[in-house]
Design a protein around this ligand. Structure first.
Ligand SMILES: Cc1ncc(COP(=O)(O)O)c(C=O)c1O
Length: 394
């Protein structure tokens, strides 16, 4: 029995904020034999050996102590060089802050610009932390829906810009978790131009920026449409493209005048990112291109396998994502996605994330992470088949 006496009557933002639905389901299913877990956003590949070797060598060299708050100078330089090359613009190391994950980067970004009661505007469906983090920091949220048009998630940019007028911060996540929606270069330029004119801050979560399936090297970035002193903060992570979710390493690209502010608040929480992980980060950026390109081919094939299979069911609507590694699909006649996700764990032994976790527009949405082997996906799809053929009776 849980003894809740210590927190009885306690009022705090942490008490009020809702726990992660997916995490609760996953914890309940922990240790369930034969379960195929497709709920978390995690590559199935191990971290490449050359990246692990760099960290091991760093530890062997005694790099196990505090480091600089904004990151080791050599990693900040390596990130600046990587970003400048990728986006064809000059980004100096003074704009880079190394963080302990993309999640930490998001927290630092919001902390550096938010005041109590400020308004943050964003799109739904969304990765839950994108709403949870500003809420935890006392912000008020405005959300605007993405829509499915012609079999794709899309955004009416002008309607969005009208809806977010007056917000202090706009938060965008392109490519998006869970939808795989990706802004075009023209949309990025238009949004940046309007927000610049208004003086609105833009936090752009680009952690899936390298997971694109249209043959381009990266998704359009707001860095390509901005100047250094624009009110733009870009969030990145090593987690997804370099298969490093457990390493907890990410970075921010900031206006130079905001960097000392981030340095100050990072000191209050993380102090610094682990130095051996930072050595690994340098190697990931410098030598990881083959890995990134190779896994993108695998993920594109996995996307096709999953989306083709799901789209064959009459009851299923599955917009095909151009980016990220999720199929976000709708099953007709489901009125409680969380209950169905629980039932699928028990009966099909497949772990899906219910759309409620992502502020889906209605019941019936589910997220499946397809960063898996073809065999695992075939097995999972086979197990789901009876429930997708006649979902109302499942
Ligand atoms: C949109 C988005 N942003 C940020 C993160 C955080 O990534 P991490 O903290 O692993 O770097 C995630 C993780 O799933 C995500 O989906």
């Amino acid at each position: 029995m849980t003894n809740k006496r210590a927190i009885e009557g306690l009022q705090s933002r942490a008490i009020d904020v809702a726990p992660s639905i997916t995490r609760v389901l996953a914890n309940d299913a922990m240790g369930l034999e034969g379960l195929i877990p497709l709920w978390f956003g995690e590559p199935n590949q191990p971290t490449p050996q050359f990246i692990c070797d760099a960290a091991a060598q760093s530890m062997a060299n005694g790099e196990t102590f505090y480091a600089e708050g904004l990151g080791r100078p050599y990693l900040r330089e390596a990130i600046a060089t990587y970003m400048s090359g990728l986006y064809g613009c000059e980004i100096g190391a003074e704009r880079i802050a190394v963080t302990v994950s993309g999640g930490n980067a998001l927290n630092l970004a919001f902390q550096s610009v938010l005041n109590e009661g400020d308004t943050v505007a964003t799109l739904t469906p969304a990765y839950p932390n994108l709403l949870g983090i500003p809420t935890m920091q006392g912000a008020r949220l405005i959300t605007h829906p993405l829509e499915v048009r012609n079999g794709k998630w899309s955004l009416d940019v002008e309607a969005f810009l009208a809806a977010v007028e007056g917000a202090k911060v706009v938060l965008l996540n392109s490519p998006s978790n869970p939808t795989g929606f990706m802004l075009s270069a023209a949309e990025v330029k238009r949004i940046m131009g309007v927000l610049r004119e208004r003086g609105t801050w833009l936090i752009s979560d680009e952690v899936y920026g390298r997971l694109v399936y249209d043959g381009s090297k990266a998704a359009p970035s707001f860095l390509e449409a901005s100047a250094p002193e624009d009110r733009l903060i870009v969030v990145n992570s090593f987690s997804k493209s370099w298969a490093m979710t457990g390493w907890r390493l990410g970075w921010l690209t900031l206006p130079p005048s905001l960097t000392p502010v981030v340095e100050k608040i990072a000191e209050f929480s993380i102090s610094c990112a682990p130095p051996y992980a930072q050595r690994a980060g340098v190697v990931a950026l410098g030598e990881g291109e083959d890995f990134v390109n190779h896994t993108n081919i695998l993920y594109r094939d996995a996307r096709d396998q999953v989306c083709n299979a799901l789209r064959a069911y009459e009851a299923v609507t599955c917009p095909v994502p151009d980016s990220a590694f999720y199929a976000f699909f709708h099953v007709a006649d489901v009125d409680d996605s969380v209950a169905v996700a629980r039932m699928l764990i028990e009966r099909a032994r497949v772990g899906l994330a219910p759309g409620d976790a992502f502020f889906a527009p209605e019941p019936g949405w589910f997220r499946l992470c397809f960063a898996q082997t073809p065999d695992q996906l075939t097995e999972a799809l086979d197990r789901l088949a009876p429930y997708l053929s006649s979902p109302a009776t499942a």
